[in-house]
Design a protein. Structure first.
Length: 536
């Protein structure tokens, strides 16, 4: 059977949780044993997310195949428990560059190349080919941005055209605010949103309404009237305990039955086991009566929590598996300018995480935080940049090399403990050229934290970096007491380092990217376990 499509658009503003809605729709269809895959369209002209600032855009997510994609992919993977590939990501830049390449090749000789039909057909062909190659039953297409934006107008038009030839279900996410002085749910913004969508030639089949509380019956009725829909197609998307509850909320509102009927799927049964498994994930992610574990995350994009969403999720997955309540203390590294600052912010931490990052801002604050954790025996987890800075801190404060640094931050230092990978030296273009995607590593020592955490010798995690631990300093660091517990299979790059005196582990990878609610990342489990032992 040919694949069916669900197109999810958003009205009025970003931040309503379109990625969570798409993930939840995929999850409930997956419970019916349908093969469902996402496509995310982002309107910006970047070719991919790799060159974007996480402070503005949220974290850059990395796939096994090295695709640098939007943070929504993290939510998709966590809900579906599937490894996706970069074919699911379309950006304005990618689609424009392919059309221009074709034009230069002469594919459109004699024609003037236009947004429609050329660009819109290019998009439709891409989507149909993707669905066919992947043998998907349903492809859920998330349209980034909001209806009415300049950036996604041609894509929304392509979706309208797609619906002329294929079965497409349109789902629109909108917002129903409450004005606090009146305390009343207001529908006017959504009415305007619906009108904008209709102006684009699209009538939604489902209207999902983000609101603080569930929608009142009279509000549903009003919105149904303006959207020309039955009231059961106005779906309430109210605040829940955690995002994993949303698929269950959709099931309660019969969204599964509506979608299956609209898309023409007959005879598919809800897999009770899959539902049960999901319900226990949703329950497990709600704060339990277990003891609290205070985890400090020392980063530099702290104002926008989305910059570290996978780290935060991984902490939650591991904590819930261990029946403890994580309390995250976000610490802005640039505000750590003295040891006193560090002690003030980190006191009472059961564990400290130094996440990944780029550029020199906040680096010295992070190094001071590592020193504080090491000296006070607070469990520490260093992720990518965090691991690199653990090595720098160790070289400076244990091995006595005062000017130890990474050449990313100090080109002139004599002691480049962290240096550009040899394969990176000749790289000129910044986009898509880091060491990206899933790479295998070999754990060298059975008595390491790493081996205990993974329980096996060969592991695979996702990477995104240009710099590495400089092999010239391996001996010096080891002589000083640092353990190098894993390297690449060929032994050329250091992958994991550990302290010996207390719990401290740094990985060149990003294990947070593979953490799933039902399969917490091994290093996070190990770290949270150590942190929770520290609270006793
Ligand atoms: N900036 C460092 C590098 O390029 C670390 C990257 C990261 O933390 N993802 O190697």
């Amino acid at each position: 059977m040919q694949a069916k499509f669900i197109v999810v658009t958003g009205s009025l503003m970003s931040g309503l949780g379109k990625g969570i809605l798409v993930s939840s729709i995929m999850k409930i269809l997956d419970m019916y044993d349908l093969k469902v895959l996402p496509i995310k369209f982002d309107g910006y002209l970047n070719f991919d997310c790799g060159t974007m600032n996480p402070y503005r855009h949220g974290e850059v997510f990395v796939l096994d195949d090295g695709g640098e994609v939007d943070m929504d992919f993290g939510t998709y993977e966590r809900f579906l428990d599937k490894d996706l590939d970069k074919g699911s990501s379309i950006t304005g830049g990618k689609i424009m560059s392919s059309i221009i390449e074709k034009e230069r090749r002469g594919d459109f000789l004699g024609e003037d190349v236009q947004m429609t039909p050329h660009l819109t057909e290019e998009i439709i062909k891409y989507i149909e080919k993707f669905a066919e190659e992947k043998k998907a039953d349903v492809v859920v297409i998330e349209v980034g941005g909001t209806v009415g934006d300049l950036e996604n107008g041609y894509f929304i038009e392509a979706m309208r055209q797609l619906s002329l030839k294929r079965k497409v279900e349109f789902v629109n996410l909108t917002y129903v605010p409450v004005i606090s002085s009146v305390g009343e749910q207001k529908t006017k913004p959504s009415q305007i949103g619906i009108r904008l969508l209709m102006q684009a030639g699209i009538k939604p089949d489902l209207l999902v309404c983000r609101a603080q509380n569930s929608l009142l019956a009279k509000i549903k009725k009003k919105l149904a009237f303006f959207a020309s829909l039955d009231e059961n197609r106005i779906i309430s998307d109210e605040d829940l305990n955690n995002i994993y509850e949303f698929p269950i909320n959709l099931l309660k509102q019969n969204v599964d039955k509506i979608l299956l009927a609209d898309l023409g799927f007959k005879g598919h049964k809800l897999d009770k086991k899959k539902l049960q498994d999901w319900m226990s994930i949703a329950d497990g992610n709600t704060a339990s009566s277990g003891k609290s574990v205070r985890i400090s995350i020392v980063g530099k994009y702290i104002d926008l929590k989305d910059s570290y969403v996978s780290v935060k999720e991984a902490v939650h997955h591991a904590s819930h598996a261990l029946h403890v309540n994580p309390e995250i203390n976000w610490v802005e590294a640039t505000e750590l300018t003295s040891e006193k600052d560090v002690a003030g912010k980190l006191i009472g931490s059961d564990g400290v995480i130094i996440p990944g990052g780029f550029g020199s801002r906040g680096i010295e604050g992070k190094i001071m935080a590592i020193k504080y954790a090491r000296e006070n025996k607070i469990p520490l987890l260093g992720l990518c940049l965090g691991m690199q800075l653990m090595a720098v801190e160790f070289a400076r404060n244990v091995c006595g090399i005062r000017d130890a640094n990474s050449s990313e931050f100090d080109q002139k230092t004599k002691h480049k403990i962290i240096d550009l990978m040899s394969t990176q030296v000749s790289v000129k273009n910044k986009g898509g050229t880091m060491r990206l995607g899933a790479w295998k590593a070999k754990i060298l020592k059975k008595d390491s934290i790493a081996y205990k955490a993974y329980g096996k010798e060969i592991i695979s995690e996702r990477h995104r970096h240009r710099y590495e631990l400089n092999n010239k300093y391996k001996k010096l660091l080891e002589d000083g007491g640092l353990m190098i517990s894993a390297t690449t299979l060929d032994g050329k790059l250091v992958e994991i380092i550990e302290w010996k005196g207390s719990y401290g582990i740094g990985t060149q990878a990003h294990p947070e990217l593979k953490s799933r609610p039902n399969k917490p990342a091994p290093l996070f489990l190990s770290f949270i376990d150590a942190a929770s032992a520290a609270t006793q």
